[in-house]
Design a protein around this ligand. Sequence first.
Ligand SMILES: [Zn+2]
Length: 170
Amino acid sequence: MSNEQLPKKIDPLKLINHEVSLTGTINLEDMTRLNACIEGGDPLVQADLSFYRDGQRFRVIEGSCSAKVSLVCQRCLEPTDVSLDAEFALAVVTDDEWAKKLPKRYDALILEESPILLAEVVEDELLLCLPSVPKHTHECDIANLDFENPKLETEAKPNPFEVLAELKKK
Ligand SMILES: [Zn+2]
């Protein structure tokens, strides 16, 4: 893995025409949508991308990316470190119609403008790997589950059904 900083903006069509491969890092802070979902994380996201045309002339961006982020464990409400690892194969198309015709092995990257932000492409893939219910992989620290510790009660989120009931009254 290279620690070289990848370019912020890329022109996918040009990279595909030149069959470029990129390996390096992207700043986590450039991924605002992902940042909104996490407590923090390793400031550098690793990414490895190959740009090429396949045998059927589809324009392809294939690669992998990985990030280490901190999420709130839904069992003990303490932070837990989670690795997000994604592998992807995107076909670059210019409109929705083409996106529908792609072979199943590809997801569409609809190019509306160029250059595009590389961080956003990788961020989309990382967002797809976020666990819906993050939990510590090992036993949670039992002290946090102690009944004498009032932390869970005071920090409990409002009951969604109560919130819903409130909304219905209005
Ligand atoms: Zn936990």
